[in-house]
Design a protein around this ligand. Structure first.
Ligand SMILES: [Zn+2]
Length: 382
């Protein structure tokens, strides 16, 4: 039976509290909360606020004028379609493309669209279970994979591997906080696992449903394909931390070592959504039109992995705000999310992170699972 520390229960409590109690509660504790930009809700600890209550980033965006509507780069789209077309039947084994699959709308959209345009491309959907995946996300995958009509590979590495990775990252945060360290290295290992599986099974393509923003800001790429030299190289660090500091040699070997494979066996890594460059709303609408929205919760908080709230709490103590707010505030600034939906979420996270209000049992339980105490990550509930 899930106890009071059950992350899903804590998330539901948090979401109910934000809606029903926080609008009143916040008035009592306002003086102790960081000031936030009245346009994008960014904390004054993230970015300087002007006398008018507007942050520097919003002021700069206003001065630059309206953003031109995006026009997809025709050449990139054609180039991508040509690669997918010629990969049909090109795999040495049973598959031509390994597609990272999270059960979310972007990867669902990716599989469906590729299936439709390139029906002879033999796809293998791939999910890695990091030991902290939410039951909602797993349920979404179970729901959608049969309807997408593709083979699916779910890999669950032994628990100690991820515990070691997350424990080390959480106690060695870089400037990007939990997002830039724990979540980032989680994503790096997902990509590395895909690279290994593709090389081992003779699969020539890897497709990842990352948005244009994630590709450009998370991976630092300006095009839809990862540079060849990156794919052929060996990984030595993740999120700025040398792998040898985290893992014994046999576990360092689980990461990608491109030089151990003949170059012809190394897959091309593509990010089709970068070329297609769709608005989030368009992806949502299309996935809905295909009848592929999961019947289960679509709340991003509920589908994220279970360490995310813990990372938020640690971030508030280390940075003054959660590192996940950076991308959300950008979306608000660009009109893709509503400030009213997020301001109270950010405020309540800041408040509960400091006081422990209903998150304390979950935080302590997750830390114990990682072999850590509050003191190890600089968390002191007031
Ligand atoms: Zn702002």
């Amino acid at each position: 039976m899930p106890g009071p520390a059950d992350p899903a229960r804590t998330v539901r409590l948090f979401e109910a509290y934000v809606r029903h109690v926080w609008p009143l509660h916040r008035r009592l504790v306002r003086a102790r909360l960081a000031r936030r930009c009245r346009r994008c809700a960014a904390s004054e600890r993230m970015v300087a606020l002007g006398a008018d209550g507007v942050c520097r980033l919003c002021a700069e965006a206003a001065a630059a004028g309206p953003v031109a509507a995006r026009t997809p780069d025709r050449r990139a789209v054609d180039e991508l379609e040509a690669i997918l077309e010629s990969a049909q039947g090109a795999g040495k084994g049973r598959y031509d493309a390994l597609v990272l699959y999270s059960g979310g709308k972007d990867s669902t959209y990716l599989i469906r669209r590729v299936r439709e345009r390139h029906p002879r491309l033999r796809l293998l959907a791939f999910t890695i279970h990091n030991g902290f995946m939410s039951p909602v996300a797993l349920g979404n995958i179970d729901d959608l994979i049969p309807r997408l009509g593709v083979d699916h590979l779910l890999v669950r590495p032994r628990r100690e591997f991820y515990v070691r990775l997350f424990r080390h990252c959480l106690t060695h945060l870089n400037a990007g906080g939990g997002y830039g360290t724990v979540d980032f290295s989680d994503g790096e290992f997902l990509l590395d696992s895909a690279r290994r599986i593709a090389a081992e099974q003779g699969i020539p393509l890897i497709l990842a449903g990352y948005s244009r923003y994630q590709v450009e800001n998370g991976l630092g790429l300006r095009q839809f394909e990862s540079p060849r030299e990156r794919e052929l190289a060996d990984r030595t660090e993740t999120a700025g931390i040398p792998l040898a500091d985290i893992f014994p040699p046999d576990e360092v070997a689980h990461w990608w070592h491109g030089t151990r494979h003949p170059p012809a066996a190394v897959a091309r890594l593509l990010f089709p959504l970068h070329a297609w460059d769709l608005e989030e709303e368009e992806v949502k609408r299309q996935v809905g039109a295909w009848g592929l929205l999961s019947r289960r919760s679509a709340s991003p908080v509920a589908t994220n992995h279970q360490l995310i709230p813990l990372l938020g709490v640690v971030d508030v103590h280390q940075l003054g705000y959660s590192s996940f707010e950076i991308e959300l505030c950008r979306m608000i600034r660009e009109g893709k999310a509503a400030v009213a939906d997020w301001l109270h979420v950010f405020e309540l996270l800041e408040h509960t992170a400091r006081t422990g209000l209903f998150v304390r049992p979950m935080v302590e339980d997750l830390l114990a699972q990682l072999g850590l105490t509050s003191a190890d990550v600089g968390v002191r509930f007031a």
